[in-house]
Ligand binder design. Structure first.
Ligand code: NAD
Length: 472
């Protein structure tokens, strides 16, 4: 199978699983106290500290053994985890969440990311090795509640750390179950518990304890602007994977039929919950009608007109003192549910809602995280790049483009300056799904580490032997 055929298969699977209503699985477990889940944050940190001291003296091979078993556990539990997340949060699509877990299991790297550099010469041997920080404090989102726990845990354990999670309160059951699976995996290969720990009922207060605790050496936050601000003000080293509002630009040289299919596949994946997903379309006027035609006639999109757009604003946003926030009742919901909210009945097969708007429109400017895409027409690619830059909002997170002109692609990539830039593919290719490279669900956009892996969670340590061990 060539690369193009493989991409088509991925797109077809995404489309099919997205329209699957509910996959029946065995009853979802309820995560209680035990196997790394504690009543309070002090206990969770203490246990992770003890476990880190044990892990640090074990061989690297042992870390790899644990990681292999964690990945098997993810595959064994992917349906249950996907179902738990959708039931607990009310967001996303079970079929797509199963694919996300498969991706984590197959493409999250381990100890192979950790490299040593060496210098040898007349004055001896110097190496720079990457060592663990110790105990990491990690904050996880409701949008990928178990995927983030697994990705973080694999990378952090590979680096020799243990990790204490403070999960989103609305997804704590799913995140805590993932924590328990990590520990179960470790014990099953002859290891010990508490490589990952968490609290049964996480709160902002328990998160603050994590931020301030002297035994936490590194903080990693995956979430929106609130937690990113909190982590950057904590006084500790912080890795911040924040919000995005990824634009997708389509120029007149693009394969428009393919661009339409790719954009809708990317934007409807898990109902637009991924931070990397296309959140608004910018299209050169010359090809705008053609793009809309393919999206509505071949990709199950519903185009809103006139007053319907205003109704959508009133429904999916909440206004307080002239400031808009997203109505959580509609985040990650099916397009048909959102349309029902504004009095439009459509079949469940409708995947995405479209509307045309100006670049200032609130639904285009806000990160909605639902299958709703505003379309902004521009006169040419240069105007398109300016508009995309504005709408990306300086997050420097993700931006995508469809074009066959390498100079336009290059100009866009340089101007947007984002951690992820996907060309001529759905956005999920940027995390290794239908694209090359490893995966992660923590994309450190704000602090610049980009797609995190085990190496991100290490610190650099220089080890010098003077006048010996030089054998050249
Ligand atoms: P959220 O910001 O509501 O919550 C994320 C986490 O931060 C939760 O654990 C929450 O309890 C905690 N939190 C929120 N405000 C806090 C504060 N002031 N102090 C301490 N902790 C706080 O986000 P969500 O709805 O769960 O997830 C969606 C958001 O996360 C989107 O903005 C999305 O773009 C972003 N996200 C980013 C990445 C990435 O890799 N860059 C990945 C997933 C999600």
């Amino acid at each position: 199978m060539n690369e193009m055929e493989l991409k088509q298969v991925v797109a077809e699977v995404v489309r099919k699983l997205g329209s699957q209503p509910v996959i029946k699985t065995k009853a979802a477990p309820k995560a209680g106290i035990g196997q790394g889940v504690f009543e309070n944050m002090d206990e969770a940190i203490k246990a992770a500290k003890t476990a880190q001291q044990e892990l640090h003296v074990m061989p690297l091979e042992f870390r790899e053994k644990i990681i292999t078993r964690i990945k098997e556990k993810i595959m064994e539990n992917k349906e249950v985890l996907a179902q738990m997340a959708v039931h607990e949060t009310g967001m996303g699509k079970i079929g797509h969440k199963i694919l996300k877990h498969e991706l984590v299991a197959k493409k999250t790297p381990g100890t192979e990311c950790i490299k040593t550099r060496a210098w040898s010469g007349d004055q001896g041997l110097t190496v720079i090795e990457s060592g663990p920080f110790g105990v990491v404090g990690a904050i996880t989102p409701s949008t990928n509640p178990s995927e983030t726990v697994f990705c973080n845990a694999i990378g952090m354990i590979a680096a020799g750390n243990t990790v204490v999670f403070n999960s989103h309160p609305n997804a704590a059951g799913t995140s805590n179950f993932a924590v328990q699976l990590v520990n179960e995996a470790a014990v099953e290969v002859g290891g010990f518990e508490n490589l990952a720990t968490s609290v049964l009922k996480p709160t902002v207060e328990s998160g603050n304890m994590l931020f301030k605790h002297p035994d936490i050496q590194l903080l990693v936050a995956t979430g929106g602007p609130g937690v990113v601000k909190a982590i950057l003000q904590s006084g500790k080293r912080g890795i911040a994977a924040g919000a995005g509002n990824p634009p997708v630009l389509v120029d007149e040289t693009a394969n428009i039929k393919k661009a339409a299919a790719d954009i809708i596949n990317g934007a409807t994946f898990d109902n637009n919950l991924p931070c990397i997903a296309e959140k608004e379309i910018i299209v050169v006027a010359e090809v705008a009608d053609e793009l809309i035609h393919y999206m509505t006639s071949e990709n199950d999109c519903y185009m809103l007109q006139g007053e319907q757009i205003e109704k959508l604003v009133q429904t999916v946003l909440v206004e307080k003192n002239g400031h808009y926030t997203v109505n959580r009742d509609y985040v990650g919901r099916d397009a048909s549910v959102i349309l029902k909210g504004i009095g439009i009945e459509v079949p469940e097969s409708i995947r995405c809602i479209l509307f045309e708007a100006s670049k200032e429109h609130i639904l285009v400017v806000e990160e909605l995280m639902m299958p709703v895409l505003g379309i902004v027409r521009v006169k040419n690619v240069d105007e398109g790049i300016e508009v995309a830059k504005l709408l990306e909002g300086g997050n420097r997170h993700s931006a995508h483009m469809h074009s066959s002109n390498v100079y336009n692609l290059t100009k866009y990539g340089k101007a947007l300056d984002t951690a992820i830039f996907v060309k001529n593919a759905p956005s999920y290719a940027g995390i290794g799904f239908g694209g090359e490279g490893f995966t992660t669900f923590t994309i450190a956009s704000k602090t610049g580490e980009g797609l995190t892996n085990a190496a991100t969670f290490t610190k650099s340590r220089r080890c010098v032997m003077a006048d010996a061990l030089y054998i050249r």
